[in-house]
Design a protein around this ligand. Structure first.
Ligand code: PXL
Length: 280
């Protein structure tokens, strides 16, 4: 069987375990060729102080030009953390050039958490990311990103299922075919994801036990695993389960190590289990 090939467009944080340094190992391990389009090189992710930042915007269109000359095809295009409106416009151009009938576009609007945007982003940027979500097949925002994209107040707790369903409808109204909200929690013991397929008009969800710890890059672990699982022909619902279990277990083992790192999670150790979970 021909190996699937995807392109992932996001930054390289040299140390920090997020964006491409998560997408590349996870999706490759799942047996999918993972081409990368690095949008910037940072010495670390933005949780550290004094990180270096080299913007690669100028390289993005020449990369697309070359790929197009070579007539490369992609089974999916998956985008994460992006740095500017210009980069968002270029990603839309990648979609126009490389999206064929069977190419899945997955947008993780990685720009904030816990009610706040990451350093360097503002409300205008959030609305721009909303327009990128509008041209995607699947979007994977957390509650913070959803609120900023919709220009609504952030509600981080005390909400009910009807509230989440309404948010999902509004996210699909931006134009995305399917929206998945991550970090959804209706009680103190569980957390998970709820999605809405606007074509089938169906909701789906998956929850597991909440681990009382938060690490950078876990949204990227989750999104990368969803993409990898979908490319292994799992349904979106199955992919959410695999991704939620893998992310939760990565958080659990990291938090359990008192001497462990706190800037990312130990996703590497669990790759064998991840492959079992997708039947490899
Ligand atoms: O995981 C999201 C992410 C990606 N890339 C960079 C980041 C972050 C989160 O802070 O700083 C550079």
């Amino acid at each position: 069987m021909k190996m699937k090939r995807i392109a992932s467009i996001q930054d390289i944080s040299c140390l920090g375990k997020c964006s491409l340094t998560v997408a590349l190992p996870i999706i490759s391990a799942m047996g999918v060729e993972t081409c990368i389009v690095p949008t910037a090189v940072l010495s670390t992710h933005t949780m550290f102080k004094n990180f270096t930042f080299r913007d690669l915007t100028e390289d993005l269109t020449p990369i697309a030009d070359h790929w197009q000359q070579e007539q490369f095809r992609f089974d999916a295009i998956y985008t994460g953390y992006l740095g500017s409106k210009q980069q968002i416009d270029i990603v839309k151009d990648y979609f126009r050039r490389f999206k064929q009938a069977d190419t899945l576009t997955v947008v993780d609007p990685a720009m904030g958490d816990n009610g706040k945007l990451y350093p360097g982003f503002n409300e205008e940027f959030a609305r721009e990311i909303g327009t990128l979500c509008g041209v995607a097949d699947i979007i994977l925002p957390n509650l913070t990103e959803a609120a900023f994209m919709l220009g609504e107040p952030y509600v981080g707790e005390g909400y009910d299922e009807a509230f989440i369903k309404e948010l999902l409808q509004k996210l699909c109204a931006l134009g995305a075919k399917t929206a998945v909200l991550t970090g959804v929690s209706f009680d103190k013991d569980s957390i998970g994801a709820m999605g809405y397929d606007s074509c089938k008009k169906e909701y789906f969800s998956y929850y597991n036990k909440k681990v009382d710890a938060a690490f950078h890059g876990t949204g990227d672990v989750f999104a990368s695993t969803v993409v990898g699982a979908l490319m292994n022909d799992l349904s979106l619902e199955q992919s959410l389960k695999v991704a939620a279990d893998y992310t939760a277990e990565s958080i659990r083992i990291t938090a359990a190590d008192p001497e462990g790192i706190r800037y990312g999670v130990y996703f590497e150790e669990l790759i064998p289990q991840l492959l079992k979970a997708i039947g490899k």
